[in-house]
Every structure is written in structure tokens, then in C-alpha cells.
Design a protein around this ligand. Structure first.
Ligand SMILES: [Zn+2]
Length: 109
């Protein structure tokens, strides 16, 4: 499975206002796990660490890495990144199926 780039920071940084308070790492991790269960995938490992060029990535072995800067981003954006990266555990590309599933999961109820 290829590494997936969720967003280039330079493209999104100006579009989002950082939250005043960061979300605790445990809460973020819980968000990832809740979505993993909902999507029916099992990440082998979830890491949260500073990243330079990406918000998140997915290794071929099923290890997900999220940028700590996400903890300062709004819930809706975190969800976008989390669902995108978890979907890569099912689909390792950005093809039509990936996009359709992403849209479906991110659609508001
Ligand atoms: Zn991707």
C-alpha cells in the first residue's frame, strides 16, 4: 500500500483558523479509533508526531501517522484527514472508488 498524502499544508494553512486550545492526544486517538471501527479497518499502529509536508500518511504495513498540528485544527478538518487516511487501509490509491467512499463517509447525516 502506498503512502498517501492527505493535504499539502501550504495549500490549507491559510484556509483554516487554528483553534485556541488543542485537542488532547488521547481524544484525537479516540477519534481515529472510533472512525476505524465505523469503517471496519484496523490500523496496526497510530502515531502522532510532527510532520513537515503532510497532515498524515499511511504506510504499507498499516501504520498511520498523523501530524501533531492536527490537534490544533477544527473537528471537521480532523475528521476529513482521519477518514481519508483510514480509507487507505482499504484502498491504497485516490481512484474513483476511494473518492466515492470518502464522499459518502464525510457526507453530513
Ligand atoms: Zn491519500
Amino acid at each position: 500500500m502506498r503512502r498517501g498524502v492527505t493535504k499539502r499544508k501550504e495549500a490549507t494553512e491559510s484556509a483554516w483558523q487554528p483553534l485556541e486550545e488543542a485537542v488532547p492526544v488521547d481524544v484525537f486517538r479516540a477519534e481515529v479509533l472510533a472512525w476505524a471501527e465505523r469503517l471496519g479497518v484496523t490500523p496496526r499502529e497510530i502515531r502522532i508526531q510532527p510532520m513537515k509536508r503532510k497532515w498524515a500518511s499511511c504506510s504499507s504495513r498499516g501504520r498511520l501517522t498523523f501530524d501533531t498540528a492536527l490537534l490544533h485544527q477544527p473537528a471537521e478538518f480532523r475528521r476529513e484527514v482521519i477518514v481519508h487516511e483510514l480509507l487507505h487501509l482499504k484502498i491504497p490509491n485516490h481512484g474513483k472508488l476511494f473518492k466515492a467512499l470518502l464522499r459518502a463517509h464525510l457526507a453530513r447525516d
